[in-house]
Write a protein that binds this ligand. Sequence first.
Ligand SMILES: Cc1ncc(COP(=O)(O)O)c(C=O)c1O
Length: 396
Amino acid sequence: MIDKMTKSPKPSGTMSLYAEVARLKAGGADIISFAVGELDINSPESAKRAGIKAIDDNFTRYTVSDGIAELRQAIAQSLSAETGQNFAMEQVIISNGSKQASFNLLAAVLNRGDEVIIPSPYFPSHLRQVELLGATPRLLETSLAGGFQIKAELLKNLITDKTKVLLINSPHNPTGAVYTKETLTGIAEVVKENNILLLLDEIYSGLVFPPAEEYSMLKLFPELKNNFLIAGGFSKAFAMTGWRVGFAAGPLEIIEAAGIIQSNTTTNVCSISQKAALAAMQQDPDFVKKLLPDLISKRDTAVELLNSINGLDCLVAGGAFYLFPSVKKFIGKTYDGHKVETSQDIASYLLRKHGLAVVPGESFGAPGFIRLNFSICQTDLQKGLKRLKDGLEQLQ
Ligand SMILES: Cc1ncc(COP(=O)(O)O)c(C=O)c1O
């Protein structure tokens, strides 16, 4: 066991960075953080009230491991409406965030040596989950020039007889890319031809900025319904990261297996959080829609400033709340006699010398980039962007 843990690479890089920022802030440093992976707003009032009521009602014991029926039912209904497929409650389990949902799904289907294709840049936990399960991640390169879309030709080249799963995430962390209909069609053809599973991490669902459009792959390609696994949750679109409520959905047999894994590892999601998530869904179904104008305006503010920095290249995010500019042109420059050799060095320089936390691309398998979360209050956004501009422009 110790062997497995020491071999498995690193804890979550973003989590280590948050710890470093928290430490600096606790020591009194003036830090603006573009690093966190959550919206800078509070959870819906409906969720908070329902959580308090759950405690007052003593709804504080174990629930069924798969989650309370009302919440599973509500998610099944919402998935049915979104996909045009009929999802039964039994095809949904409630998990501790979408992270546990994807882990349970992968654990249910992967055998040692199986291969999982993951587009790169990637969400680090996707890669680590695959590795922890003794399977092999195969990275599918995407590029800034190509809008970080998946190219079907490159995808085809990665398929082997060991390929079990293609794991995609749209809107995408860290790039902010939203897959176009053309990209999804290319993916669907490869999935169909090779009869592999498609795990959709939909945690940023709803956070899409027109003219980008969010398509349900299941609606577009209903013939693939037995190939689909979905991981989603309340963390991002309902601003409920701390409550830890997500869900896994898919074919009954796989969901039952994921449920057995969950019941033997963590049992149910916090009973109070489940009631809160149900209330958020039922009473604030448009919560995410109302956030979009503010997010779009913040994205535009950030993109405008980034474009004014000579040497910075950036995709205009179609969704989520991240920008992922290339800082390659600054690598090799110096400050105070020190050379910045990597985007990690640039992130350390920005943190130490300019009080700005960004996540280096290395965390996402993409050296030469930095990730910025633009969902912070306007004052800090403006201040942080100025620090970024000053910091990069002062490199010589
Ligand atoms: C792509 C992706 N999936 C999953 C998660 C984790 O979501 P949750 O908090 O629901 O576990 C994140 C969080 O940053 C993410 O970016």
